[in-house]
Design a protein around this ligand. Structure first.
Ligand code: CTP
Ligand code: MG
Length: 232
């Protein structure tokens, strides 16, 4: 039997409404490089990753120029112009486009374009922790803050115990066939692990890093640049 390969799949078909930049946020420059190019470079320079697929919207007018400025990525990255209305749909469209290339048992690492702080070390840590796992898993961070549930007026009505609570990150790593069928069956989910959980399976939680946070709001940009300076 041939050993399983590892493919990265990057959903990058969002518009970045909450950050409100004048382009989709994955194309914002950060510390001298476009956000998406940071992510593609990290996967391209990770020896464990066989190939990277990036899903952009059908009408994306930025990807060609982004890749023209990153010629070293040409044979490491394939663009799929088939974004969906939601992240869930974009990932599913990407998986369907990989049919024929990815084998059922190959691993797929789904990673948000909006998390440029990912490092090769974190990818390798995830792969090492998951490679022999029957289910798959994801990077995540144990919750450290005291958690409050509010009432409708924004007043704390309860303190939620935080033991065993984790904040999910990406990459989320599952075998191709399992992931595709889980996402096909799931009603709208915000990450891959939720679709796997809906099958009654338990994805493994692997400790990630605060630097792998998702850029969502304008004030996230300065912190991301701080982390990315010093990264090649
Ligand atoms: N994404 C996608 N297709 C969509 C929506 C989101 O591929 N229809 C991608 C985004 O490009 C991003 C990742 O999913 O890489 C995480 O989504 P999020 O941070 O919510 O990005 P946006 O949806 O672009 O931002 P916003 O929700 O503020 O509009
Ligand atoms: Mg979104």
């Amino acid at each position: 039997m041939t050993p399983s390969r590892h493919f990265a799949l990057i959903p990058a078909a969002g518009v970045g409404a909450r950050i409100g930049a004048d382009c989709p946020k994955q194309y914002m420059p950060l510390a001298g490089k476009l956000m998406l190019v940071h992510v593609l470079d990290t996967f391209a320079s990770c020896a464990a990753i066989d190939h990277t697929y990036v899903v952009v919207s059908k009408e994306d007018g930025y990807i060609d120029e982004a890749l023209a400025g990153a010629k070293h990525l040409a044979d490491r990255v394939t663009v799929i112009h088939k974004g969906g209305a939601t992240r869930h749909q974009s990932v599913l469209n990407g998986l369907q486009a990989m049919r024929g290339t990815a084998g059922d048992e190959d691993w797929v690492l789904v990673h948000d374009a909006a998390r440029p702080g990912l490092t090769g070390e974190l990818i390798e840590k995830l792969i090492a922790a998951i490679s022999d796992d029957p289910v798959g898993g994801l990077l995540a961070l144990p919750v450290v803050d005291t958690l409050k549930r509010s009432d409708a007026e924004g007043r704390a009505e309860a303190t939620v115990p935080r033991d065993r609570l984790w904040a999910a990150q990406t990459p989320q790593m599952f075998r191709y066939a399992l992931l595709r069928s889980a996402l096909e069956k799931a009603s709208e989910v915000t990450d891959e692990a939720s679709a796997i959980e809906a099958l009654g399976l338990k994805p493994k939680l692997v400790e990630g890093s605060p630097r792998n946070f998702k850029i969502t709001l304008p004030h996230d940009v300065a912190l991301a640049e701080m982390h990315l300076k010093g990264k090649p």
